[in-house]
Design a protein around this ligand. Structure first.
Ligand code: HEC
Ligand code: HEC
Length: 242
């Protein structure tokens, strides 16, 4: 490509930047356009992963301010994602790698996760990860892991404890996958599709995949029969004309 043509392209793309800057300089300028901590990049495609595998990636966190900044908190939307910065205190202009691991167990298809960083003054920034999880027959057959076990239980099992109304049970352990009032999200819509008994069967025993395990106590799930009954009554009482 001729120099003149590159300049022309860059002027078109960047608008105001001079021709003596490299494209990567220009790109990193854009990434650090705000004061404080910044993610680089703020949107990361982690590619294709087989279900059950750990997807790993590294983002950079940069201190784009004049003083020191402390990384006070790193949070991810689902507990299946961990993010660890190498250092928590950054001098002006300094950056640190953030090591990310996504446990893809129980996931399928396109998954999007966010990571939120809070600095010492309470200011938050967010980055997005996307990955495509492919079917893995090995994981299906194994049946040893479950979203109800170990470190997954605090969000996928325990919140059901003590809930008595159908809506409370739903909001505690179903909504995260099936969306508000069953209208669909990561998992399909479950509105207006079932007779009461069929619905209870599916909830209690699951669909036979690790994506939708049986929620009944007898299947090592969190729900009592009373909770499943209440859930079914509530779900089937909703207006299904939407
Ligand atoms: C801190 C609470 C928390 C923990 C711990 C947790 N999850 Fe989740 N999980 C969520 C939330 C909230 C969602 C809804 C999607 C989101 O916000 O990321 C979710 C969604 C999911 C989904 C649906 C697909 C998706 O990613 O959106 C799967 C599968 C899943 N979790 C599996 C797991 C597994 C396996 C573990 C244990 C390794 C686990 N979760 C631990 C909160 C948690
Ligand atoms: C970790 C995510 C996750 C959670 C939590 C979850 N489900 Fe599911 N569910 C799925 C997925 C994914 C499917 C469809 C794929 C499959 O069956 O494997 C599904 C399927 C279903 C189906 C059958 C749908 C069909 O197409 O026939 C019903 C009914 C259902 N879920 C109800 C519930 C209820 C009620 C709860 C709460 C007690 C719940 N699910 C919690 C992920 C989840």
């Amino acid at each position: 490509m001729s120099m003149a043509f590159r300049c022309f392209l860059m002027v078109v793309i960047m608008g105001i930047l001079g021709c003596n800057q490299s494209v990567s300089e220009a790109a990193s300028r854009q990434a650090v356009s705000s004061e404080g901590l910044v993610f680089d990049p703020i949107e990361l495609d982690m590619g294709e992963v087989l279900e059950g595998e750990q997807a790993k990636a590294v983002l950079l966190i940069r201190n784009n301010s004049k003083g020191f900044i402390q990384i006070a908190k790193v949070e991810s939307s689902c507990g299946c994602t961990t993010a660890e910065p190498e250092t928590h205190l950054l001098a002006s202009g300094q950056f640190t790698p953030l090591h990310i691991t996504v446990d893809t167990f129980g996931k399928l298809g396109n998954v999007r996760k966010s990571i939120t960083l809070t600095d010492g003054k309470g200011k938050m920034i967010k980055a997005w990860l996307s990955l495509h999880v492919k079917h893995n027959p090995h994981v299906m057959g194994e049946g040893k892991r479950s979203i109800f076990d170990g470190k997954c239980a605090s969000c996928h099992f325990e919140p059901a404890q003590g809930k008595t109304t159908g809506k409370a049970v739903y909001d505690a352990v179903c909504m995260m996958c099936h969306g508000e009032n069953g209208t669909g999200g990561y998992a399909p819509s479950i509105r207006g599709k079932y007779e009461e008994d069929a619905f209870k069967q599916l909830v209690a025993n699951g669909t036979g995949t690790s994506h939708m395990p049986g929620f009944a106590k007898k299947n090592k799930g969190p729900l009592s029969q009373m909770q499943i009954d209440a859930l079914a009554r509530w779900m089937l009482s909703l207006d299904n004309s939407i």
